[in-house]
Design a protein around this ligand. Structure first.
Ligand code: HEC
Length: 147
């Protein structure tokens, strides 16, 4: 009887330990899959862009009425660019650090600088900033309507 109880306790402990190992592995696998940023492009978009550009990129986010410029629909970037996704333009406008120093006053934040402010300035942080910009560009490409 006592032995049985001990065995039960032991197997419970083993079960818990196994469960912990499995979840540790899953977490490690997830970290490997997303080594530099935990957010997907759509998460980043919802967090940083949708308040101006709208949930779907259509340009009617909550703060749009305060802006002095009309927001173009982000789902038609390719359509406005002869059917090809204008990746370099999008990357530069989203990052903004090299090409859009004067862009701020028009209302679109310079995201390269914003992300650097939250991530930090060392090499690993620079990698995370670039990964966020990459994820956003890939996300914007994925929402293009081309027909
Ligand atoms: C505070 C409001 C605001 C936020 C937040 C914002 N934008 Fe913008 N965005 C603008 C404005 C205003 C313009 C158009 C004028 C300009 O270029 O500054 C614009 C222009 C753009 C354009 C160029 C569209 C075109 O066809 O010319 C892209 C691409 C873009 N934004 C992507 C993003 C992404 C990605 C994010 C989030 C990381 C974001 N924006 C967040 C206000 C915003």
């Amino acid at each position: 009887m006592i032995i049985n109880l001990e065995l039960t306790a032991l197997s419970k402990a083993l079960l818990v330990a196994t469960a912990m190992l499995v979840s540790a592995n899953t977490a490690a696998e997830q970290m490997n899959a997303t080594p530099v940023t935990q957010y997907s492009g759509s998460d980043l978009y919802m967090l940083n862009c949708s308040n101006c550009h709208g949930t779907y990129g259509e340009g009617d986010g909550a703060v749009t009425p305060d802006l002095s410029v009309v927001l173009l629909d982000l789902r038609y970037l390719s359509a406005r660019s002869e059917g090809r996704f204008p990746e370099i333009f999008v990357r530069e406008i989203v990052d903004g650090r090299t090409t859009r120093a004067a862009h701020g006053p028009q209302g679109m934040p310079i995201w390269g600088a914003e992300f650097a402010r939250s991530e930090g300035l060392d090499d690993a942080a620079a990698e995370r900033v670039n990964a966020k910009i990459d994820a956003l560009v890939i996300y914007l490409e994925s929402i293009q309507i081309t027909d």
